[in-house]
Design a protein. Structure first.
Ligand SMILES: O=C(CO)[C@H](O)[C@H](O)COP(=O)(O)O
Length: 163
């Protein structure tokens, strides 16, 4: 697969290790920075790497930060992106299998590099299951377009006061 990778100043060693791991398994890695330990504003990296996915230049993006939470937020502000912050293989499996996520975010201050490799392994091996999950992803994408899911209907149990 073609995988575009970025890391901020908190995750350069993880980027090197994950990049080498991916390359050793035959994936094409596009290392889009940063390349030095200068402090960088991670939303810039997120915009760049997500554009690679949206343009079809990459099958997935991997975004590495300190915690990863801001990176996940930034990526998910970009229309068409479904970014998942994964700290373990369970979340990675659900992110791909159920959510059809196209950007993997990890926090180098949260998990070790060997855990990041295991997460990548599960991410790349898991296929989107479709079915009811496809309906939910379609709803996510409607929200992404600024549409309301509830404007023209009521859903039992949603928004009603509990007893
Ligand atoms: O994980 C992150 C955002 O979620 C960033 O890596 C983190 O916020 C950067 O902060 P600093 O400039 O203090 O290293």
């Amino acid at each position: 697969m073609r995988i575009a990778v970025v890391a901020d100043h908190n995750a350069l060693p993880m980027k090197a290790q994950v990049g080498a791991w991916l390359t050793a398994r035959g994936h094409e890695v596009d290392d889009r920075g940063v390349h030095a330990e200068e402090i960088v504003d991670y939303p810039l990296l997120c915009e760049d790497v997500c554009a690679q996915v949206l343009a079809g230049a990459a099958d997935f993006a991997i975004v590495l930060g300190g915690s990863g939470s801001g990176e996940q937020m930034a990526c998910n502000k970009i229309r068409g992106i479904r970014a998942a912050l994964c700290h373990d293989t369970f979340v990675a499996e659900v992110a791909r299998g159920n959510n059809d996520a196209n950007v993997l975010v990890m926090g180098a201050k949260v998990i070790a590099a060997d855990a990041a490799e295991r997460i990548c392994d599960v991410w790349l091996a898991t296929r989107f299951r479709g079915g009811r999950h496809a309906d939910r992803v379609a709803m996510i994408m409607a929200l992404d377009r600024g549409e309301s899911l509830l404007a023209d209907r009521t859903v039992p149990g949603v928004g009603a006061p509990g007893r």
